[in-house]
Design a protein around this ligand. Structure first.
Ligand code: NDP
Ligand code: HSE
Length: 442
């Protein structure tokens, strides 16, 4: 603990668990900018140990060899501040719980662990009377956890729409701007180090889903875990889908969406991750490469947009170190990080209760009354049409008695939209439902 000394003489000990992409940058910055961190937090921050899996592994950064250890428990239980940058569930969870038990403040970037065990970690921090911080867990350098947990504490958030996975945004952007296939874009992402050798968590949407669960928990003061998030990744997005998106004036994006619903049909929160069309004039459509962006809508504040680097060693270290300064300053001057806020306990709704817009492409008879017949199916199912576009469909024998008709709806609950699609599928005017895409962002 901090001694009763002048600020320049106080010391807080720091243990770092993991010295990979992020951990190595945290150690570098804490060392290179030690005087600044002492001035900002009120104590010198002394790294006493760095736990890794293999102390003899070659490292392309300077971690003093005498700090490296494979005894992670000793690092977790022997310091004032513990920074967990191992990732995954175990041993990270056990080490963090041990750190709290030993009286440490804990900083982590581990979204998978928080989405699975957040309440347990919050409870352990409260029992220890220490801080639990995790800014780096959502959208890397972007201070979105702070914004939702502290800046928005005086408001009612109604929705959060975000691009929170850099790897998938990079892949979709390469497919969109260079016409690459999913496989080629993924291979490039792996070469550049954005995607892991096993890219499952990124491309199947699980990384974004963990972040969506954290975002929704903070935004709606409700416990939302990974299992509450409906998830669809980007493996099935084809070059044709991207071309169609462009024809509709849209970009394809993997979105994390958290909505509060308080209407006659549903009350609660809907949290989901899936690819969707985003109109070109929406701010998220112009988020390129591995960048992230999060759009928060709140009753009083209106719309807030956060944009920046969502991954990478130094950007993520920036978020980790902001938490380190806050936790250190609390140990020196008093004060605490916010505790878990789950008082609202809103019901978590199933995917059918989500409100979205559909783009539905149909092959239909190009004949008198076809459009009217299709429009009536939308009306019968309570779905309002926003736009209709028709293009000629020429069959292999050259006949032109069919057309491709593309409807874009206004927002409606998914169960209404799906009922409309079913009605169209069985309509005698419709030869084929060619594609259904969700459209997000207005
Ligand atoms: P890396 O895989 O690059 O590094 C993991 C580190 O943990 C390595 O130093 C490894 O040791 C060490 N380690 C693994 N298992 C153990 C163990 N059992 N005991 C002790 N040390 C262990 O991960 P990242 O730095 O990329 O990610 C760290 C955390 O930050 C994760 O939770 C991740 O989700 C999060 N994060 C990462 C971002 C990024 O851009 N990379 C962005 C935002 C958050 P060794 O070096 O010996 O293998
Ligand atoms: N794999 C993640 C991404 C790292 O691509 O966004 C940041 O969490």
């Amino acid at each position: 603990m901090a001694q009763d000394l002048s600020p320049a003489q106080r010391t807080l000990t720091v243990g770092v668990l993991g010295a990979g992409t992020v951990g190595s940058q945290v150690i570098r910055l804490l060392t290179e900018q030690a005087d600044d961190f002492a001035a900002r937090s009120g104590a010198r921050l002394e790294i006493t140990g760095v736990a890794v899996r293999d102390v003899n592994a070659p490292r392309d950064f300077a971690v003093p060899q005498d700090l490296l250890t494979d005894d992670a428990t000793a690092v977790a239980t022997g310091n004032d501040l513990v920074i967990e940058l191992i990732g995954g569930i175990e041993p990270a969870r056990t080490l963090i719980l041990a750190a709290f038990k030993a009286g440490a403040s804990v900083i982590t970037g581990n979204k998978a662990l928080i989405a699975a065990h957040g309440p347990e970690l919050y409870t352990a921090a409260a029992a220890a009377g220490t801080d639990f911080y995790y800014e780096a867990a959502v959208a890397g350098a972007i201070p979105v956890v702070y914004a939702l947990r502290e800046s928005m504490a005086g408001d009612r958030v109604t929705s959060v729409l975000g691009i929170v996975n850099g790897t998938t945004n990079y892949i979709l952007d390469e497919m969109s701007t260079k016409g690459l296939s999913f496989e080629t874009a993924l291979a490039t992402a792996q070469e550049l180090g954005y995607a892991e050798a096993d890219p499952t968590a990124d491309v199947d949407g699980l990384d974004a889903a963990a972040k969506a669960a954290i975002i929704a928990s903070l935004a709606f003061h409700t416990r939302v875990g990974l299992d509450d998030v409906s998830v669809e990744g980007i493996r099935k997005v084809t070059a044709d889908d991207i071309r169609e998106a462009h024809a509709s004036g849209c970009e394809f994006k993997l979105l994390a969406i958290a909505q509060r619903r308080e209407d006659e049909h549903a009350q609660g929160v809907s949290v989901r991750v899936h690819p969707a069309l985003v109109p070109n004039d929406h701010p998220l459509a112009s988020v390129h490469g591995a960048y992230n962006a999060v759009l928060v809508e709140a009753e009083s504040a209106g719309r807030l947009m956060f944009y920046g680097q969502g991954a990478g060693g130094a950007p993520t270290a920036s978020a980790v170190l902001s938490d380190v300064v806050a936790a250190a300053a609390h140990r020196v001057h008093g004060g605490q990080a916010p505790r878990e806020s789950s008082y609202a306990s809103l019901p978590v709704l199933g995917p059918e209760a989500a409100v979205t817009r559909y783009q539905i492409q149909l092959r239909s008879d190009d004949a008198v009354g076809s459009l009217a017949a299709m429009a009536s199916v939308f009306a019968e199912n309570g779905v309002s049409i926003n736009s209709v576009r028709q293009s000629a469909y020429v069959t292999s024998d050259g006949s032109q008695d069919q057309a491709v008709v593309t409807f874009v709806t206004h927002p409606a609950p998914v169960f209404h939209l799906d009922a409309a699609v079913e009605g169209l599928r069985v309509s005698d005017r419709v030869a084929e439902v060619v594609s259904i895409q969700r459209v997000e962002g207005e």
